[in-house]
Design a protein around this ligand. Structure first.
Ligand code: MEV
Length: 336
């Protein structure tokens, strides 16, 4: 029995949803300009319970009660609401999208992804909210509608994102993502090998909107050089796709290292991210690179074995770290 059936049949006034975080294995930033990229859903994410708000007299609008979303507390929508500005605006957008029927709802969110680490916490929150709302009202959860709703929320969080974050999260597993002028192409990439990573977090990243805007400004000054870099990154992504499909992980790692060199040239790496990459490579990682917007955030290190050893080396150097692998079971929810 699915959770929706459970909620409807039992008359229980609660629905649960889940969405994983994500990592970009190759192609971030270039993907904004129409180059392909490869991303995968992580095995940690955001869980949400949707229910009727318990304290209706406290104010108007839905409530988001959060743990782990960069803070612990309550968010209410709009300029005079409660909580961090970006979450208030996100909740306000959700009301505009879903209408009055969500005014008296409470969303209890538990986020197990480091926030601002380039690991998709905002996209996972957006996807989990969409899934939770559909489920609460007993409606079919259709990936297209979830992606559309998440894109609207991601615009509030990040300006004009490529869509790779919430698309990989909604799809699950490892994907090829290419946003062309007219349409978006998404393909599953199923490797015969399990993709295992050690993740080291240098701290919050520089902000997706800020990092993308600053790069756009540098591109305006040096268009030819940036075009060459994006062509190089596209080649990496094409080669990585074959290497992944054929299980050649050593090659995937080498391509990640080259991608990191390009990301440094694009000005989105930092000394701390470079240090994390060096630690990972010295400890035997197949390859390491920053993931997401950069300017801080996380480094992912691909391993054949010994992810724990590399995570421990990150920790000893003073960084938060964990081991991760791709997550395919995105259609499940944590209550079923
Ligand atoms: C952020 O996770 C990835 C970027 O390429 C921005 C985007 O794709 O919207 C930096």
């Amino acid at each position: 029995m699915t959770q929706t059936e459970f909620s409807k049949n039992s008359g229980a006034d609660v629905a649960f949803s889940y969405a994983p975080g994500k990592i970009i294995v190759a192609g971030e930033h270039a993907v904004v300009y129409g180059c392909p990229a490869i991303a995968l859903a992580l095995d940690r994410g955001v869980r949400i319970a949707v229910t009727k708000a318990r304290f209706e007299s406290e104010g108007k609008g839905p409530v988001l009660r959060a743990t782990g979303l960069g803070f612990v507390g309550e968010v209410r929508p709009g300029p005079s609401g409660l909580g961090p500005d970006v979450l208030r605006r996100g909740l306000q957008r959700l009301v505009e999208l879903c209408g009055d029927r969500i005014q008296d709802l409470e969303f209890i969110a538990d986020c197990a992804i480091p926030v601002g680490g380039g690991l998709g916490s905002s996209a996972a929150l957006s996807v989990a909210l969409g899934r939770g709302i559909f489920r609460y009202f007993g409606e079919e959860i259709n990936d297209g509608s979830v992606v559309e709703m998440a894109m609207e929320l991601e615009r509030v969080f990040h300006g004009n994102p490529s869509g790779i974050d919430h698309s990989s999260i909604t799809h699950g597993g490892c994907i090829w993502y290419h946003r062309g002028e007219q349409n978006v192409k998404i393909e599953s990439l199923t490797s015969p090998r399990i993709l295992r990573f050690a993740v080291g977090v240098a701290g919050p990243h520089g902000g997706t909107l800020q990092m993308v805007s600053a790069l756009r400004e540098r591109m305006r000054r040096h268009p030819d050089m940036h075009r060459h870099i994006f062509e190089g990154i596209s080649q990496i992504v094409f080669r990585m796709r074959d290497a992944l499909l054929e299980g050649r992980l050593a090659e995937v790692g080498e391509l990640m290292n080259i991608n990191q060199g390009y990301l440094n040239a694009l000005g989105v790496s930092t000394p701390e991210l470079e240090r994390l990459c060096t630690i990972a490579r010295d400890e035997g990682a197949l390859g390491a690179k920053l993931t997401g917007a950069g300017g801080g955030g996380a480094v992912i290190a691909l391993v054949d074995e010994g992810a724990e050893r590399i995570a421990q080396a990150f920790k000893q150097a003073g960084y938060f770290s964990f081991c991760a692998q791709a997550f395919d079971e995105v259609k499940t929810n944590y209550a079923s």
